[in-house]
Design a protein. Structure first.
Length: 154
């Protein structure tokens, strides 16, 4: 009886592993959400916690930077985070909206380098490959003191 039970458990384990091996890959919506979560974590670790190494875990084997003031690659990102830590240790970036479409994630951000200032409105665009960030674009606009409308930027 014991031998039969062991054979049954072994067969069940093999069938279970075979079933797991045949599970379909995550669908597009699941991958888009995983990409969005990776970018949110990257942003929090890098821009808010100023921990470049923790943020770089979300970056692929290349990191192409389209901001003309930032260098490509992990070393360029490390230099940017070191600059923030040194010059703006109290800076904070609040993500107001995030969107994922295919391999792209877009963030709408209110970034304040010095507490008490209006800061900047930023749109960050990230491209991911295999769940890792490989490219970055941004558009930055200062938050004005006054506006021609009462809608606000966020």
């Amino acid at each position: 009886m014991r031998r039969l039970a062991l054979k049954f458990l072994a067969a069940a384990a093999v069938l279970g592993l075979a079933a797991c091996a045949q599970l379909p890959a995550p669908g597009p919506a699941a991958q888009q959400e995983a990409n969005r979560q990776a970018v949110l974590a990257f942003y929090e670790k890098g821009l808010n916690q100023k921990d470049a190494e923790a943020a770089l875990k979300y970056v692929g084997n290349r990191y192409v930077q389209h901001n003309p003031t930032a260098a490509d690659g992990p070393e360029g990102f490390r230099k940017f985070i070191a600059f923030l830590r040194e010059k703006f240790p109290n800076s904070k970036s609040e993500i107001k909206r995030s969107f994922a479409e295919g391999d792209y994630v877009i963030l709408h951000v209110h970034a304040v380098r010095e507490p008490g200032t209006r800061g900047n409105a930023i749109v960050d665009i990230f491209k991911l490959e295999n769940g890792k960030i490989v490219e970055h674009w941004d558009v930055i606009q200062p938050v004005p003191e006054t506006a021609a409308n009462s809608n606000g930027m966020f």
